[in-house]
Design a protein around this ligand. Sequence first.
Ligand SMILES: Nc1ncnc2c1ncn2[C@@H]1O[C@H](COP(=O)(O)OP(=O)(O)O)[C@@H](O)[C@H]1O
Ligand code: SF4
Ligand SMILES: [Mg+2]
Length: 334
Amino acid sequence: MTGALLSIRNLTKEFPVRLGAFGERAATVHALDSLTIDIAEGETLSLVGESGCGKSTTGYCVLNIQRPTSGSVIYAGTDIAQLDDDGMRPFRRDLQIVFQDPYSTLNPRMPIGEALAEPILFHKLAPKSEIRDRLHQLLADVGLSERFASRYPHELSGGQRQRVAIARALACQPRFIVCDEAISALDVSVQAQILNLLLDLQQKYGLTYLFIAHDLAVVRHISDRVGVMYLGRLAELAPAAALFAQPLHPYTRALLSAVPSTDPRAARTRQRLQGEVPSPLAPPPGCRFHTRCPLARAQCRSDVPLLREVAPGHLVACHAVSSPTATNWEHNPA
Ligand SMILES: Nc1ncnc2c1ncn2[C@@H]1O[C@H](COP(=O)(O)OP(=O)(O)O)[C@@H](O)[C@H]1O
Ligand code: SF4
Ligand SMILES: [Mg+2]
């Protein structure tokens, strides 16, 4: 895709770790392996997958909170993965994150108004005389009244706290926000309200989102495109409508089978996900999903399946899938 606001190129992240009771063994966690994704301005790209598949690591590398082992993160034409703290300064304001737990960004001893004023003053986004108006605007943007400015985080409900965390990100006037499981801890009814809020804010300010969730059902209505990750790699990347209507990768199909559906065809193709995710300390060779895949055959155990475009904008990394209609290994297993 040309004109992407963010281009993630061959992003690889390995964590050196020490194992054993006394840390005597050196090992490597293979958290991300050659991830490549473009995100267009104004787009919502969601990443989904089971816990530990590398979603947060992707978000942290994008924000340069974590430095990739290799690969690049090109934001508005600059490879920010290579920048040190000084070099990152002009980009810090543009790139924001909302975490699952708002307490991680909100100081429990600081009233909400001060928490929102802090980034405005730090980035010199408004003179002191205008801070009050700016605060009220931010609170209104996230659906909170002015009286919340004097409250403390513990006086708020979970949904209200997450609204404040979003307002704090917005205070920086960002272009790009990573939402890392930003609604995962909330009640279902509150989740819908926060999703709608994020959509409204996107419209109003032209925001671009990298939306991270472990639950496919959550991303269905908010995403333009969805990337399904498995053990540090992309299994499938497609426009949201195509992914939900015609999931092609066996892993996506297994994940979707856990999502309640009224479609009888979905019930017919239901495949339960078997077994545990293998350790990222020693990911399986070939296709990393082969230890759990009902279609696995010899080639899958040795050859890494490349992410290929099998329909317009629909990319799949599976030896068994060459087009949306040619997923016929299941009828003819090796
Ligand atoms: N600082 C770290 N040191 C060692 N391993 C890590 C570190 N951060 C993440 N990991 C590992 O990297 C993998 C990907 O983690 P993460 O990106 O947090 O996954 P997700 O957000 O999809 O649950 C996991 O196996 C996790 O344990
Ligand atoms: S490449 Fe093989 S093991 Fe991997 S998802 Fe496709 S069929 Fe399954
Ligand atoms: Mg995570």
